[in-house]
Write a protein that binds this ligand. Structure first.
Ligand code: SF4
Length: 358
């Protein structure tokens, strides 16, 4: 991937412009101009983990914790469905205990049941609730969740160890991603760009990982320090620029993997007011409007200065950037759909009498 290294190391603004133009062209050719919606509900900011960069970490005692009730989540889901959202993303800190998983199974199955009663496909559900056991991922899949986002953050073992406590390992994160793939989820992952100690070589390896892992969705964004975290209290510089390199990695991902879904992250929009427009131009085709009730939003901050945009403003910005919102559809990853079709064809061929299959 030496051409990628050259792009990442080249700080000429024209290189970024050319790369973004190419990504935009690829994305319009493969995915059109639609931008899919995932209504984001941040169900709890309790977290049993202690990532050094995250404001929700267990040891952040300054944070007021909350947990939405099942009825509140279901009501938000139904309201979103009425507005034209066809997909939800349920996100939270990591709480891999029995009670939490039982709760999630109940919420997911009720949302699916209530939104499919009329015979329609109902609300598609993406989960982003962290590392769980194979059995728990399976229960959630069987309850009706069909996409899962689990960011790897970085694929470099040393860099990973520098941003997580020793109890959280890269090996475990990878194992979970393989579990999710095995179960048939549309699997999303992603990284933070601009981490202290991160280099462009790390980013090249991360891109290679996306391709090798054959992921269906990408959600990546700039590292933004949070003042109530160990990393936010140190001022260690990265060799990569969080803004420029996030856009470059997004554009390169779209070029290397034309048929995936990619999110224009809230972090990118928090770094600059025109972040959404740039993210879409760099190849993103998914936005995640925040549906969490207003009174809880300020308590769900993984990083500082998180940007909240009303839906009407988000819609206007998507249109100003030359795209349109894809309402009333799941907007699945095309890559995943192709893989599933291929596997169904293989299964059918496998069941044919030998002479027909030849
Ligand atoms: S990044 Fe996720 S797992 Fe880590 S502390 Fe934050 S919410 Fe918890």
């Amino acid at each position: 991937m030496s051409w990628i290294e050259n792009i990442l190391k080249d700080d000429n603004p024209a290189t970024l412009e050319e790369l973004i133009a190419k990504a935009d062209q690829v994305r319009r050719m493969c995915r059109g101009d639609e931008v899919y919606l995932r209504g984001l509900i941040e169900i709890t900011n309790y977290c049993q983990r202690n990532c050094y960069y995250c404001g929700l970490r267990r040891d952040n005692n300054a944070l007021e914790r909350y947990r939405l009730k099942a009825e509140e989540i279901i009501e938000l889901a139904l309201q979103a469905h009425k507005l034209g959202f066809q997909s939800l993303a349920l996100q939270s800190g990591e709480n891999p205990d029995r009670k939490t998983v039982d709760f999630l199974v109940r919420v997911v199955s009720e949302i699916r049941e209530l939104t499919t009663r009329d015979g329609s496909i109902g609300l598609g559900i993406t989960l982003s609730v962290g590392e769980l056991s194979y059995a728990d991922y399976k229960r959630l899949y069987e309850a009706g969740a069909h996409r899962y986002l689990l960011r790897i953050e970085t694929t470099d073992p040393q860099l990973f160890a520098s941003i997580h406590p020793p109890s959280q390992t890269l090996g475990k994160r990878l194992e979970c991603l393989y579990y999710l793939k095995d179960l048939g989820y549309q699997v999303g992952t992603g990284i933070m760009v601009g981490l202290p100690g991160q280099t462009s070589d790390h980013l090249v390896a991360d891109l290679q990982f996306f391709v090798d892992m054959d992921v269906d969705m990408i959600g990546l964004g700039p590292y933004i320090p949070h003042p109530q975290t160990p990393m936010g209290q140190k001022s260690v510089k990265s060799q990569v620029d969080p803004w420029v390199h996030t856009l470059k990695i997004m554009a390169l991902t779209r070029i290397l993997m034309p048929d995936i879904n990619m999110v224009a992250s809230t972090a990118l929009q928090s770094l600059r007011p025109d972040g959404l427009k740039w993210g879409l131009r760099a190849g993103a085709n998914v936005v995640m409007p925040i549906l969490t009730p207003i009174e809880y939003r300020e308590h769900y901050r993984l990083y500082a200065n998180k940007n909240y945009k009303p839906f009407s403003q988000l819609k206007a910005e998507v249109e100003e950037a030359g795209f349109r919102l894809g309402l009333w559809q799941w907007g699945d990853s095309l890559r995943w759909a192709k893989r599933r079709q291929q596997s169904e064809e293989n299964n059918e061929a496998g069941h044919m009498p030998a002479e027909e299959a030849m």
